[in-house]
Write a protein that binds this ligand. Structure first.
Ligand SMILES: NC(=O)c1ccc[n+]([C@@H]2O[C@H](COP(=O)([O-])OP(=O)(O)OC[C@H]3O[C@@H](n4cnc5c(N)ncnc54)[C@H](O)[C@@H]3O)[C@@H](O)[C@H]2O)c1
Length: 201
């Protein structure tokens, strides 16, 4: 199905980590389908440029998943610009944790990957929850990864974080279903973006 066949006219969507990579593609596809989209990230120049390129239905908001106050402020700013919230794509993540084996992986890297990919996904979703409930048909899509399913050597922290995303997706779906919010995860396979350019093809 091409983008043009999906109609999301007027839907209000926040995409995290959308300044580049898959998130930027999601933002572009959403705008093409008629949605209004907030692009959020810690890459401010790239995020602002993308919003400008996508036109009046896109807007950039800084949102750092490592900072609870930034998450609260970013979600508020997104909801304010959008006038509500119908969809959240939890796309932001640390995707390259250095390619080290489990005995070389540092505890700091482990913590960073978990803090962004797991804690960050929880914080954004919790901050967005009341707004998604007010929409009456809130939708959350979490980015997992096939590395959580097949076992990925030298990607221990990343794969573990994405396994946690799958587990959180189920818990969130059960907890928020009563508010009409659906929560799903997608688990892409390796997709070539700047962040995966280091992977041998
Ligand atoms: N590309 C692939 O092969 C692939 C495969 C499976 C899953 N995924 C998932 O897709 C999503 C997008 O990945 P990508 O491949 O486009 O990589 P990417 O690194 O380009 O995208 C991640 C984005 O998250 C942002 N980010 C990082 N730390 C952040 C923070 N603290 N606060 C806010 N934003 C932050 C980055 O700036 C970046 O824009 C990720 O969740 C990734 O795990 C990617």
């Amino acid at each position: 199905m091409s983008h043009n066949e999906i109609h999301l006219d007027g839907r209000r969507v926040l995409v995290t980590g959308a300044a580049r990579g898959l998130g930027a593609s999601f933002a572009q596809a959403l705008v093409q389908a008629g949605a209004r989209v907030v692009i959020s990230d810690v890459l401010h120049d790239a995020g602002q440029q993308l919003a400008q390129d996508l036109g009046p239905h896109a807007h950039y908001v800084p949102l750092d998943l490592l900072d609870a106050a930034s998450v609260q402020g970013g979600v508020q700013a997104a909801v304010q610009w959008l006038g509500g919230l119908d969809g959240l794509i939890n796309n932001a993540a640390i995707t390259n944790s250095g390619g080290k084996g489990m005995n070389e992986l540092s505890a700091d890297t482990w913590d960073l990957v978990m803090d962004v990919n797991v804690r960050g996904t929880w914080l954004v979703t919790a901050a967005a929850r009341a707004h998604l409930a007010a929409s009456g048909s809130g939708r959350v899509v979490n980015l997992a990864s096939d590395t959580a399913l097949w076992g990925a050597p030298r990607l221990l922290a990343y794969a573990a974080s994405k396994g946690a995303v799958i587990a959180m997706t189920r818990s969130m779906a059960r907890e928020m279903g009563a508010d009409g919010i659906t929560v799903n995860a997608i688990a892409p396979g390796l997709t070539l973006v700047e962040a995966t350019a280091y992977v041998p093809q």
